[in-house]
Design a binder for this molecule. Structure first.
Ligand code: NAP
Length: 282
C-alpha cells in the first residue's frame, strides 16, 4: 500500500484502516491549522484532509509552494487559507495569530508539525551556537507560543492538539543529534505536562512518535537512504485516524521495547555508541 519493503512492513505494520465516514463526520466544517504544510508529512496530511469539507490553514515559509497546493486542493472539497510565515520570528507568529483570532468560526484542531533537524557532531558545533537557538526556536518556542494564544479558542471548540514528535524523545539519545533531540524533547515534555489540564478542559492531545520518515528532512543524511523509513502518506493516515479516535499517542509497536532497553541497558547502549564513534575515528 505504501510501497514498503518486507522489513518496513514488519516494522511499521502498514495497515491503517481509515473509517472515511467517521473521519468526515468528526471533521465536518472544522477549522484545522497545519504548521509546516509545504513539504513532507504536513503536505501529505493537507492533501489527505483536502478531500473533506473542512477549512485548512496551511502555514510555512514557502508561500509560493502553499499557493500551488491551495490551487490544487480547492478542486477537492476543502476551503484552504495559506499563511506564509517564519514561525521563529515573533512578529510573523503574531501576524498568524491575529489572522486566526479574526476567523469567525474559530479554530478546532492544531497539528504542530513544522520542524527543523540538524545532524552535526558537538566537535563541529563549537562555533555554531545558532544551531541550538534555531532548533529551539522552531521545535519548542514557536509551538509553545502559538498554543498559549490558541488554547482559549481550542477550549471553546473542545478541540484537539496533535504533536508530531519523534521516537528519539523516549530512548537513549543518539550522538550528533543534540540540537534536534533536545528541542523535540522539550516540546514533547511541555505538551505531556500540559495534557492532563488540557484534557480536563475538553481539549484532546495526541503525541505521534515517529521513527524515520522518508521526507526532505532526512535527504541530507546519506546514511538514511538505505535504512527502513515510513512513508509520509502512511503517517498522514495515522494522523487523520487520530483526528476521530482522539487517541493520546501513537508509536511503532517496537518502541516500548526500545524504551525498556533504554532504561535497563542505558550504560551498555552509551558504551556501544562510543565504540562505534571510535571505530569511525571520531
Ligand atoms: N522525517 C523524519 O524522519 C521525522 C521523524 C520524526 C519526526 N519528524 C517530525 O515531523 C515533522 C515534519 O517533518 P518532515 O519530515 O515532514 O520534514 P520536512 O519535509 O522538512 O518539512 C518541514 C516543514 O516545516 C516547515 N518549517 C521549517 N522551518 C520553519 C519555520 N521556521 N517556519 C515555518 N515553517 C517551517 C517547512 O516549510 P518551509 O521550509 O516552507 O518553511 C516544512 O513544511 C517535524 O516536526 C519533524 O521533527 C520527522
Amino acid at each position: 500500500m505504501y510501497n514498503y519493503r518486507l522489513l518496513e512492513k514488519l516494522l511499521f505494520s502498514s495497515g491503517v484502516r481509515l473509517n472515511r465516514s467517521r473521519l468526515t463526520a468528526a471533521l465536518r466544517k472544522k477549522t484545522i491549522l497545519i504548521t509546516g504544510a509545504s513539504s513532507g508529512i504536513g503536505e501529505r496530511l493537507a492533501y489527505r484532509l483536502a478531500e473533506l469539507p473542512v477549512h485548512l490553514i496551511l502555514v510555512a515559509r514557502r508561500e509560493d509552494k502553499l499557493l500551488v497546493m491551495k490551487q490544487e486542493m480547492e478542486k477537492l472539497s476543502a476551503r484552504v487559507s495559506i499563511y506564509g510565515a517564519d514561525l521563529r520570528d515573533a512578529d510573523e507568529r503574531e501576524g498568524l495569530l491575529s489572522f486566526i483570532h479574526r476567523l469567525p468560526d474559530g479554530l478546532d484542531i492544531v497539528v504542530s508539525n513544522a520542524g527543523l533537524s540538524i545532524n552535526r557532531s558537538i566537535m563541529d558545533s563549537l562555533d555554531r551556537k545558532h544551531d541550538f537557538t534555531r532548533t529551539m526556536a522552531i521545535n519548542y518556542v514557536a509551538p509553545v507560543e502559538l498554543l498559549l494564544s490558541l488554547i482559549p479558542l481550542l477550549r471553546r471548540a473542545q478541540g484537539h492538539i496533535i504533536n508530531i514528535s519523534t521516537i528519539n524523545t523516549s530512548i537513549v539519545p543518539l550522538p550528533k543529534w543534540a540540537a534536534y533531540q533536545a528541542s523535540k524533547s522539550a516540546f514533547d515534555i511541555w505538551l505531556r505536562s500540559a495534557s492532563p489540564e488540557l484534557r480536563v478542559s475538553g481539549i484532546a492531545t495526541t503525541s505521534i512518535y515517529l521513527p524515520l520518515v522518508r521526507t526532505p528532512m532526512i535527504e541530507p543524511t546519506a546514511a538514511y537512504r538505505s535504512v527502513p523509513a515510513m512513508s509520509p502518506d502512511h503517517v498522514a493516515d495515522i494522523i487523520a485516524k487520530s483526528l476521530y479516535t482522539r487517541r493520546r499517542s501513537w508509536m511503532p509497536w517496537w518502541l516500548p521495547l526500545g524504551q525498556l532497553a533504554s532504561v535497563l541497558f542505558r550504560a551498555t547502549l552509551e558504551r556501544f555508541a562510543e565504540r562505534r564513534l571510535r571505530g569511525r575515528g571520531r
